[in-house]
Design a binder for this molecule. Structure first.
Ligand code: C5P
Length: 246
């Protein structure tokens, strides 16, 4: 394997798993919970794009401006492991900004920043090198199975209808399902999906060899169980020892 090739089968224990899906499909929370159950590492790549967007907004860097300025923000961004080894927090210049990057202003702007090819290129090797570290990993994003880890051992595309995803997001934020806020969430999700699906570089789409898990009507635990079962089945099929972290 060359330094920049896509990691895949070959982990002594645990698999390299790509987990993609549209906005609010549950990738981050489901992926993190499945990783704990399996003793896998977890990486939420959306945090990298969110942190770049947050920093760009803070510094008045327009997404359609000079790409090199956007790329220049990348070295300031780091993912922070928790006690279980999950990369589900992000820091900028050493300060944890995970809450700041999940605000509506970042939601509104992140797809415009993420479609800048130079920024995506700057983040690519970072994501691959995280996957290359020892032990199984679940990496969540939009283009993990298609671009970042095309040789992943298992690719899962987690999906749900826009209405279901917006309903869950509104519930999380404490809005009634028929409130104006809930309608606005649905509209914004649709816009973000459109931008992510129709960008020219690394658009959101399932890899041809991805298994689809549709989560409409599921309880959270049902979806975690389905993801864990798919990974265990792939471990058995590929004769890879379960788990990853000692
Ligand atoms: O997953 P999350 O909703 O946090 O991702 C935020 C945004 O980051 C997405 O809407 C998408 O524009 C971008 N993203 C991406 N590629 C990834 C992960 C996220 O373009 N692998």
């Amino acid at each position: 394997m060359t330094a920049s090739s896509s990691p895949g089968s070959g982990s002594a224990s645990g698999l390299v798993v790509a987990l993609d899906g549209p906005a609010s499909s549950g990738k981050s929370s489901v992926g993190a919970a499945a990783a704990v159950a399996l003793r896998y590492r977890f990486c939420d790549t959306g945090l990298l794009y969110r942190a770049a967007t947050w920093l760009a907004l803070k510094r008045d860097v327009p997404p359609d401006g000079d790409p090199a300025t956007l790329v220049g923000l990348v070295p300031e961004i780091d993912l922070i492991p928790d006690a279980s080894g999950r990369l589900a927090h992000v820091s900028v210049d050493g300060e944890d900004v995970t809450d700041d990057v999940h605000t509506p202003i970042v939601d509104e702007n992140v797809s415009a920043v993420s479609r800048v090819p130079e920024l995506r290129a700057a983040l690519l090797e970072r994501q691959r090198s995280m996957a290359r570290e020892p032990g199984g990993i679940i990496m969540a994003g939009r283009d993990i199975g298609t671009v970042v880890l095309p040789d992943a051992d298992l690719k899962i595309f987690l999906d749900a209808s826009a209405e279901e995803r917006a309903r869950r997001r509104a519930e999380e934020r404490g809005f009634a399902p028929d409130s104006p806020e809930a309608r606005q969430i649905l509209a914004q999700l649709g816009e973000r999906d459109d931008l992510d699906r129709n960008r020219s570089v690394a658009p959101l789409r399932p890899a041809e060899d991805a298994i689809h898990i549709v989560t409409d009507g599921n309880e959270f635990e049902d979806t975690v169980a389905a993801v864990v079962a798919a990974i265990r089945e792939a471990e058995a099929r590929l004769s890879v020892a379960p788990g990853g972290r000692a």
